[in-house]
Design a protein around this ligand. Structure first.
Ligand SMILES: C[S@@+](CC[C@H](N)C(=O)[O-])C[C@H]1O[C@@H](n2cnc3c(N)ncnc32)[C@H](O)[C@@H]1O
Length: 257
């Protein structure tokens, strides 16, 4: 139940606008083509390759992959992200190369591609095993996941205990839980751990995360709790500013078919 709250709240929250802005900023700072994930994707593609980008966001990878000549299916459920993604596809004249599906993964369609990847998406899934299983079903050559090694929002634990002491803290899936899950499914994946700069240092400003946290904690209509949350966040200001770099795992395997 908590997991469901976490996913729904995040995906429908104004925080997605911040996330979209950050992804756009990240593209302007770092060419996605130079990233280890992009290099891993294209290693498994020939000239006429096909790719499924699960949770494509603003198109950080879908756009350059299509520009490279690959056929891309971009799956994205969030309206805010879709607005940016569709705008970028239009501006770059890529409508014939990118097929956009407005949906969460798994999709209710029979898709096939050489490579299927999801960059920082599986942690939002309510059923990660099914997410992985569905990736394998539609992939011919390679399944690839990017996932956090260092848990984001680590400070949430202490805040959660103040407002919801009897309920478990919503936990985001990170690499340490994903890899055993893959092993349990019989998947032995290659892993590369990389250190990445944070997309933006300003995301974790108290004012920016209050709407998301108050929604998660269900205290939006409780002025006294809202005030308390503000004070706690101010006191934690230095703790909630995440380190300038965090580790990411790129997990890649050949699907069993
Ligand atoms: C952190 S963003 C990453 C975007 C993009 N993959 C990138 O790395 O630039 C996560 C994205 O996953 C999408 N998402 C969340 N849950 C999803 C699901 N079950 N299926 C597909 N996309 C999902 C969100 O809407 C959001 O666009």
């Amino acid at each position: 139940m908590i997991k469901k709250d976490w996913t729904n709240t995040l995906l429908s929250s104004p925080f997605m606008k911040t996330m979209a802005d950050n992804l756009n900023r990240s593209i302007s700072k770092t060419d996605p083509r130079t990233t280890p994930l992009y290099r891993e994707i294209i290693t498994h593609l020939r000239d006429d390759g096909t790719v499924i980008d699960i949770g494509a966001g603003v198109g950080r990878f879908a756009i350059p992959l299509a520009q490279e000549g690959f056929s891309v299916t971009a799956v994205e459920p969030n309206k805010e992200m879709l607005k940016h993604l569709l705008g970028s596809i239009g501006q770059n004249g890529l409508t014939s190369r990118i097929n956009v599906i407005q949906s969460s993964w798994p999709v209710d369609k029979d898709l096939q591609a050489d490579v299927t990847f999801a960059s920082f998406v599986i942690q939002f899934s309510r059923d990660p095993e099914n997410f992985i299983h569905s990736m394998e079903k539609c992939t011919n050559k390679r399944c690839i996941l990017s996932i956090h090694v260092d848990p984001p929002l680590g400070f949430l634990k202490d805040i959660w205990q103040v407002f919801r002491p009897s309920e478990p803290v919503p936990a985001m899936l990170t690499f340490s839980a994903l890899y055993p899950m893959l092993l349990n499914l019989g998947i032995i994946a290659n892993v590369a751990i990389i250190e990445e700069k944070r997309m933006s240092e300003s995301v974790m400003e108290p004012a920016r995360i209050i709407p998301l946290l108050s929604e998660l904690l269900s205290i939006r209509d409780k002025p006294a709790d809202m005030q308390r949350l503000k004070e706690i966040l101010e006191n934690m200001r230095s703790r909630i500013q995440e380190p300038p770099s965090m580790r990411t795992a790129i997990v890649s395997w050949q699907p069993r078919r």
